[in-house]
Design a protein around this ligand. Sequence first.
Ligand code: PMP
Length: 402
Amino acid sequence: CFSSLEDVPLDPHYALKEDFAADPVTTKVILGSGIYRDEHGMPWVLPTPNHLQAEELVKASEDSSRYDYLPISGYEPFYTAARKLLFGPIAIPKDRFVSIQTIAGTGANSLGARFLSQSLRPSAVWLSNPSWINHANIWMTVGVNVKFYPYWNAHKKALDFEDMLQTLTTETNPGDVIVLHGCAHNPTGLDPTKDQWEKIADLCERQGLFPFFDCAYQGFASGNLDEDAWALRHFAFRDTLELAVAQSFSKNMGLYGERVGALHFLTASSDAASKVKGHLLRLQRGQISQPAKRGATIATTILTDDTMFTKWLDDLAEMSSRIKEMRKALYEELIFLETPGNWDHLLTQIGMFSYTGLSPMQVSRMRDNHVYILSSGRISVPGLNGTNVKYVAQAIDKAVRT
Ligand code: PMP
């Protein structure tokens, strides 16, 4: 009875991984998923705070209840500390916030989408063009019309800000949701300036748009947690907008497989907050009953222990500075090879990703040279290292010249 279903292609990230795995050449390189890798191309267990040390602390502090279920909303010390990290020392009364632990950032996006689709019944959700590949999937799954606002100008390799404002001013309806990347935009690595963020907040107010921030890279854009939360805090400090934030600790704590995240709402009143909470709990109960414990307790230990927190800041600085070094190294190799085109954007883009501007045809030529990147031309910069950066630059060079 399922044979009449349409075929669903594998998500491009996973298809890329399969193709890469099937390639027998040993010098092959993959720059696909947004996973931090060290100089040797290996996954990095953040040494300070050492997760093992955090795990030991967690074990030592736990009694026989450690395998019990969490409440539906998750681990309260976790989502409280996580909210503080996002919003900082904000002067908004706590009872206007609602927070709930989720299955990492994906779960937060998905739970937020389910709730907003039912509560706001938006005529559309507005995603940046392009956006994280899963955003459209998540919103389509909850039956909301997905539309895109201009973001990346392929010609200028820069933000299409005027067109973005124009589209959002003329084509949106009140109650529509706009998804905004809190920092380190995936996939372009291009964020609005502070002045542009203020204009986006004005626009949300004027048009009655509901801002839904996706913060998967706090600490990765500038290396500074507060600076990377600036946009979101600006929206919150205005105190004129209600908003939601999907938060992930996958990247900034290197807790990918532990699935640690949270969904937060800032609402207009404590009454609204308590209603939102009831709805979120009901949706969460129907979907996962309660989130998992281990990753959340590790993250909480890091967030609430002063010494561990300070050491975590060093880890963030190490990750973000290695990424910047690799951007520079790739840029310099391309300049050395006199690769046709302008590559300045590799240096100005921020966070884990670079939108190279390579066409799907050029990407496929790179594959012929055993370098695997998404057909959009996005590369995951931490996949570069001292050993492979020349090889990658040569593959780009060949692809561009052919
Ligand atoms: N949002 C964005 C923009 C992302 O890039 C990612 C990860 N690629 C996520 C959310 C979700 O990450 P996770 O579910 O692993 O926390």
